[in-house]
Design a protein around this ligand. Structure first.
Ligand code: GLA
Length: 388
């Protein structure tokens, strides 16, 4: 009975939730690598992407689930070709995008690319990337067809102030590219990004497979925490099949995040059923961070929707508890310490459970109604509770 009460809290969904985009893709949260978080703009080359594909295969990350290799902003030549088609920057992608997609496919991976609905990509606005007219505005059909011809499997379509610069409306601009992708023979996962400004979780389910819920995640603890805070209200809108809240790509391995902070970040992304895009060079990951990104039991939580994305169950000072149901009648629970001193964190979990610590990868005992762990500063404990 008490188990049912916990399940009811976790499973409550808003009335009238629209069905997700029916393209049959991203039935579980997509996983892969994206160039932006580490490489950003000017260091992006085809060699970087080749190396990432090789490293995903060689480190075992591909086989752990990281399938999509996504080239983010700054791959484009400064202008369209004579026929109006998008061109790859000839200095940085001398072999062209189709060749790069072939290489990625030859490594047993899938290939993704970045475009925008307006006239300017974000790097043109933010980093003075020297280009003109390379947004898809007025070229939506042509660009979708180009992507399909090149062998693209995943499109990140990024807002970049298209309301201010081009007077576009978000929902209709994102629908337009959805409809162009739907005409193609090629299945292409559709990821949209407008940073949560217009509450896309309320309208994007029939539009895209995933939608960003926040501004860009930066590689530091404060950004991880503020992003986590913003996920507390949106949990009810995510879900299988094929419509996911996206709290942004992973920063594991970047910036100032310690190994423990990276595990906490990954723990929360896992219970959120977040898309998991590594944003660092997989060949240079520390042993700790590679183990974090590759932990099969944590990835299994991320990939297991089981009726609800995770949500915050309690918050008391620096102690937070997040949880979600898992297949088989159990729950995943994160005990998070956001503060600077170790402290006990307790989750109320009505029922009787066997407890497994997914970072220790060990069964750690039994729980009856509550479960407590002493959590080090800036850290999380991730538990899987199985009914007894
Ligand atoms: C925005 C997006 C980032 C990245 C950059 C590229 O900031 O949110 O994820 O795509 O644009 O310029």
């Amino acid at each position: 009975m008490l188990v049912l009460v916990l399940a009811a809290v976790l499973l409550s969904v808003p009335a009238g939730l629209a069905p997700a985009l029916a393209n049959g893709l991203a039935q579980t949260p997509p996983m892969g690598w994206n160039s932006w978080n580490e490489v950003r703009c000017y260091d992006l080359t085809e060699q970087v992407v080749h190396d990432a594909a090789d490293a995903l295969a060689d480190t075992g990350m591909r086989d752990a689930g990281y399938r999509y290799v996504v080239v983010d902003d700054c791959w484009q030549a400064p202008a369209r070709g004579a026929d109006g088609s998008l061109q790859a920057d000839p200095a940085r992608f001398p072999s062209g995008i189709a060749d790069l997609a072939d290489y990625v496919h030859s490594r047993g991976l899938l290939f993704g690319i970045y475009a925008v609905p307006g006239s300017r990509t974000c790097a043109m606005a933010n980093d003075a990337y020297p280009a003109t007219g390379i947004g898809s505005l007025g070229h939506e059909r042509q660009d979708a067809e180009t992507f399909a011809d090149w062998g693209v499997d995943y499109l990140k379509y990024d807002w970049c102030n298209a309301d201010i610069v081009d007077g576009l409306d978000r929902e209709s601009a994102f629908r337009k590219m959805r409809d162009e992708l739907a005409r193609l023979q090629r299945p292409i996962v559709y990821a949209i990004s407008e940073y949560g400004f217009s509450s896309p979780w309320t309208w994007a389910r029939p539009v895209a497979n995933l939608w960003r819920t926040t501004l860009d995640l930066t590689p530091d603890w404060d950004s991880v925490l503020s992003t986590i805070d913003q996920q507390a209200e949106v949990a009810a809108y995510s879900g299988s099949p094929g419509g996911w809240n996206d709290p942004d790509m992973l920063q594991v391995g970047n910036g100032t995040l310690t190994a423990a902070e990276a595990r906490a970040h990954f723990s929360i992304w896992a219970v959120l059923n977040a898309p998991l895009f590594a944003g660092t060079d997989p060949a240079k990951l520390s042993e700790d961070n590679l183990a974090t990104l590759s932990n099969p039991e944590v990835i299994a939580i991320d990939q297991d929707f089981a009726g609800s994305q995770g949500r915050r169950l309690s918050q008391n000072g620096d102690a937070q508890v997040w949880g979600k149901p898992v297949t088989g009648g159990g729950f995943a629970v994160v005990l998070l310490n956001t503060g600077t001193t170790a402290m006990p964190v307790t989750a109320t979990v009505p029922g009787r459970w066997t407890v497994r610590d997914l970072w220790q990868r060990a069964d750690t005992g039994e729980a009856d109604g509550t479960v407590t762990a002493t959590v080090p500063p800036h850290s999380a404990v991730l538990l899987r509770l199985t009914p007894r």
